[in-house]
Design a protein around this ligand. Structure first.
Ligand SMILES: Nc1ncnc2c1ncn2[C@@H]1O[C@H](COP(=O)(O)OP(=O)(O)OP(=O)(O)O)[C@@H](O)[C@H]1O
Ligand SMILES: [Mg+2]
Length: 292
């Protein structure tokens, strides 16, 4: 059964997609079977992996179709050399959970208050029903395919809205990896994320969230970074988790590899960032086994 790992930070541009993509390649090189799920309507991961050639494609099966119950996740899997991937869809921007009433339904029922009332009561019942609730739908969809993979890595979009909440509760046990850059805006966002996770943990007793830890990326050795490392390490401790000992250094291989739709390992097999990824991968595997 796969470990489900959600890569989460509501701050944009802190290395989520980069880590998802390169960790997937590395785990695959270590013989693990990987599924990537792009859960970000920006479609960055789908594009970075080369799985999707153009944005705004509404037809190719995506997480949008899965979440809206149109298809099963099995039918949205794109097979690639190193891993499989389920693509995102820009329409996930408007994802706000299943609405109680759609615009069309409301228009139809406008002159009939009794039918409108019945419709809304029915929708409320559906919402509280595990069979039809979105959270359980996602969890159920992932459960269909979990036996085929060692790891399912989910690239979650940068905000604290309903998609992030779903991402945090994607499986009966969701492992959360929090990438951060050693800078002020990143600091603020992890605070807020810690709050959200705490609230979820207090409310959802049927699902478990393991916070794997905070991974520092785009690290440069200087006094400012040092200050933030101390901060993140303390924050991790307060959250009951760790800051990974390995930090991913700043490297031009990252923007280069994104531009060429390759992993950093396709670009070079020898660079400080490559060694650090290997070290991080070891720590990651140890940590996930410890917590599960
Ligand atoms: N180790 C690194 N060295 C240099 N640049 C990096 C590194 N990691 C990430 N970056 C750069 O930082 C930017 C943001 O990275 P990435 O897209 O992975 O962040 P993200 O958190 O997924 O962003 P978003 O929230 O928009 O989805 C990218 O332009 C990437 O090139
Ligand atoms: Mg991203």
């Amino acid at each position: 059964m796969a470990y489900v790992v959600s890569v989460v930070n509501q701050k944009g541009g802190v290395g989520k997609t980069t880590v998802c993509r390169n960790l997937a390649s590395l785990l695959s090189k270590h013989g693990k079977k990987i599924l990537l799920i792009d859960f970000d309507p920006q479609e960055s991961l789908s594009l970075y992996t080369g799985a999707v050639k153009k944005r705004f494609d509404e037809d190719t099966p995506s997480m949008y179709h899965v979440l809206s119950g149109q298809i099963h996740i099995d039918d949205a899997i794109i097979n690639m050399d190193e891993f499989d991937l389920v693509r995102s869809d820009y329409r996930l921007y408007s994802y706000n959970g299943t609405p109680l009433i759609t615009e069309n339904e409301a228009r139809e029922l406008l002159g009939n208050p009794e039918a409108m009332y019945k419709h809304i009561v029915h929708a409320l019942e559906q919402k509280s029903n595990p069979e039809t609730d979105d959270r359980h739908r996602l969890s159920r969809e992932i459960a269909r395919i979990t036996d085929y993979y060692d790891f399912i890595l989910i690239d979650v979009n940068p905000n604290l809205g309903p998609l992030t909440v779903l991402g945090l509760l994607a499986a009966p046990v969701t492992n959360v990896l929090i990438p951060a850059f050693p800078e002020e805006s990143s600091r603020q966002s992890v605070f807020a994320l810690a709050d959200t996770i705490e609230t979820l943990l207090a409310n959802d007793f049927d699902q478990q969230i393991n916070i794997l830890g905070i991974l520092i990326s785009r690290y440069e050795k200087n006094n400012i970074s040092k200050k933030y490392l101390e901060f993140f390490s303390q924050l991790a401790e307060n959250m009951g988790t760790i800051m990974f000992k390995t930090m991913i250094p700043k490297s031009v291989l990252v923007p280069e590899s994104i531009a060429l739709k390759q992993s950093i390992f396709d670009r070079r097999n020898n660079a400080p960032i490559i060694d650090r990824y290997e070290e991080f991968c070891k720590e990651f595997l140890q940590r996930i086994e410890e917590l599960n």
